[in-house]
Write a protein that binds this ligand. Structure first.
Ligand code: NDP
Length: 330
């Protein structure tokens, strides 16, 4: 088996030198254990947070150890009655081509019509749950509301934008390339802004939402958050899902300079972690599968081939190399 390890802790933007690929020999599966060959590995922005040596909601990665993350694989050999060769399973053992694990640590994947295996790392998986729970539970959008979403062509953002449309909202979306913006337009998103070329983000959002915004779904932080506060209507909800623009900062980033508006406009700023919605996974999966079957939700994926490309795929998250879910195919 081959695995990707954290070779050193990144300072600022990670580089290829922070990752090392190593060969390991796997023991045969013992009683109750299963040998799995991974087919798809998830590449996620939150993994950057685990590369710092600090306390957080998930423990830090250790230098020299394999990077953990979600993966979808196929059972090769099973010593547990619950699994048989050929079963597709979700696991959290990270960036490795194969592994041996106790059966209890694996989740058998259901067959869902129109949903390929790797979608359980995206639209039907953690990013989907994040978009669904974050927007609907935290953001509380109502029909007729204007929803602003940043990082809108990404795994989470593209689902937030489409779920907001399903709920009858007007959607303003921002992304970093014209091709991403064109894709969002093709999905029926009302107003799409290329934040890198629009010149003035505040003016662009004001033009798209002259009456202001009711919900902001934040994936990026920084200037976008300031603009959202500026454009927020009274009692607007600001959903803090992520701030990727700050993940590589070596100093604490300055807060929104207009934070004082939170008082006068009675704004609600609320963060969340997707695990908060773990108890609602069945409800999420049923609703999302229904939307997919009805053609109401579409998704994209960007695929890097081979475990040696996992580091490059991760770095690509910070340069906007992905449209939709970033994946590594093994
Ligand atoms: P994405 O698929 O959105 O990939 C990251 C994207 O972020 C890039 O494609 C790029 O697109 C954009 N980006 C990168 N750097 C910047 C920057 N400095 N400013 C603006 N945009 C930038 O990733 P995910 O959908 O997996 O995650 C989106 C966000 O949600 C992240 O912040 C992540 O941490 C967070 N998240 C939070 C969870 C939670 O439980 N709270 C769970 C899952 C994700 P572009 O070309 O448009 O710049």
């Amino acid at each position: 088996s081959r695995e990707v390890r954290l070779a050193s802790r990144p300072v600022g933007l990670p580089t290829a030198a922070n990752f090392a690929v190593a060969d390991v020999t796997l023991a045969a599966p013992g009683p109750g254990q299963v040998l799995v060959a991974n087919r798809w590995m998830s590449v996620d922005p939150y993994m950057r947070g685990r590369m710092y040596d600090r306390e957080s909601y998930v423990p830090p990665f250790q230098v020299g150890e394999v990077l953990q993350g979600g993966a979808v694989g196929e059972v090769i050999e099973s010593n547990d009655p619950g699994f048989k060769a050929g079963d597709l399973v979700m696991s959290f053992f990270g960036w490795r081509t194969a592994f041996v694990a106790p059966a209890a640590a694996l989740e058998k994947l259901p067959a869902v019509a129109g949903v390929p295996t790797q979608a359980f790392l995206g639209v039907m998986g953690m990013p989907g749950l994040t978009a669904w729970g974050g927007l609907l539970d935290v953001g509380q959008p109502k029909a007729g509301d204007t929803v602003f979403v940043s990082g809108a062509a990404g795994a989470v953002g593209s689902l937030v934008a489409q779920i907001a449309k399903i709920k009858g909202c007007t959607v303003v979306a921002s992304a970093g390339t014209d091709a991403k913006c064109a894709w969002l337009k093709s999905l029926g998103i009302d107003h799409v802004i290329n934040y890198k070329t629009c010149g003035n983000l505040l003016e662009a959002v004001k033009a798209a939402a002259p009456k202001g915004i009711d919900v902001y779904f934040d994936n990026v932080g920084g200037e976008h958050l300031e603009v959202a506060i500026e454009c927020a209507k009274p009692f607007a909800r600001l959903v803090e899902c992520g701030m990727i623009g700050d993940y590589n900062a070596t100093e604490p980033s300055p807060g929104p300079r207009n934070i004082i508006m939170v008082v006068g406009k009675s704004l609600k700023i609320q963060g969340f972690i997707s695990t908060q919605f773990a108890g609602k996974r069945a409800e999420f999966a049923a609703e999302m599968a229904g939307w997919i079957a009805a053609g109401k939700i579409k998704w994209e994926e960007t695929v890097f081939e081979g475990i040696d490309k996992a580091g490059d795929a991760f770095l690509g998250l910070f340069s906007g190399a992905n449209t939709g879910k970033m994946l590594v195919k093994l």
